[in-house]
Design a protein around this ligand. Structure first.
Ligand code: BGC
Length: 261
């Protein structure tokens, strides 16, 4: 538990499932008041919100599309209206789809760049505006990916978006360090979430993924959420502009594990 997180206020985008959901839950467990942003209604989301409320957590679910400036502004307004502030912004919403690059349409390229990169820019910008106007030494956490440094054929739009998020985060970290607004990345590897459900339900494909992970297992959303709680808390007070790889060693050249080369 991080004592300083109690009664802080957070927004988590794309929090109806997967990593975003685990982060919202972990922050709520820490006593943070959480704006749970979602894109589309689902019974899973309603159950999740009810469960958090039944534990006495302060949460509010707010629909919004992170690619729309007005929707992102509404998220910040919801945090302020419901809970009186904004201390932690978790830009998590993201999408991916597999297409050989030569067949990738401009429409698909734009869609992924808009959600994964522009959405995180809008979330970061609105949070920074609020935090700097109100002298809040906040924490902004952007969910990038191991593919902010590992090239990923058939996912060129995704890899480009995540590489962009990494450099955006580093630039914002440098720019707002004097105001003590910290901006960091979490870069997950293969995590057991709905985005990977199809791939991981096929035993052959799952084994192929595991071969790329030196620690030998698919990560759990809670293992990413634990890192988000640390980056949100003042225990990481001197940390800004990093990319925290939560990947079981995936970015450490698993092909070299046997010592050849
Ligand atoms: C993607 C997953 C993929 C993992 C490792 C993540 O960013 O969302 O689909 O399994 O990277 O390649």
């Amino acid at each position: 538990m991080y004592q300083d997180l109690k009664n802080k206020v957070a927004i988590v985008t794309g929090a109806s499932k997967g990593i975003g959901k685990a982060i919202a839950e972990r922050l709520a467990d820490e006593g943070v008041k959480v704006v749970v942003n979602y894109h589309s209604e689902s019974s899973e989301l309603n159950e999740f919100i009810e469960e958090l409320k039944s534990r006495g957590d302060s949460v509010v679910a707010v629909q919004g599309d992170v690619t729309k400036e007005e929707d992102v502004k509404k998220l910040v307004a919801a945090a302020v209206d419901h809970f009186g502030s904004l201390d932690i912004m978790v830009n998590n919403a993201g999408i991916e789809n597999e297409v050989p690059s030569k067949d990738l349409s401009l429409e698909d390229w734009n869609k992924v760049i808009n959600v994964n990169l522009t959405g995180m820019f809008l979330g970061s910008r609105e949070a920074i505006r609020y935090m700097s106007e109100n002298d809040i030494k906040g924490s902004i956490i952007n969910l990038a990916s191991v593919h902010d440094k590992i090239p990923w054929p058939h996912f060129v739009h995704y890899a480009a978006s995540k590489g962009g998020v990494k450099m955006m985060t580093e630039t914002l970290a440098l720019e707002y360090a004097p105001q003590r607004i910290r901006v960091n990345n979490i870069s997950p590897g293969a995590i057991d979430t709905p985005i990977n459900a199809e791939k991981l339900s096929d035993p052959v494909k799952k084994e192929e993924v595991i071969k790329l992970i030196p620690m030998g297992y698919i990560g759990k959303p809670e293992e990413v959420a634990a890192c988000a709680a640390w980056l949100a808390s003042s225990e990481s007070s001197y940390v800004t502009g990093i990319s925290l790889y939560v990947d079981g060693g995936m970015t450490k050249y698993p092909g070299f594990q046997a010592g050849k080369g």
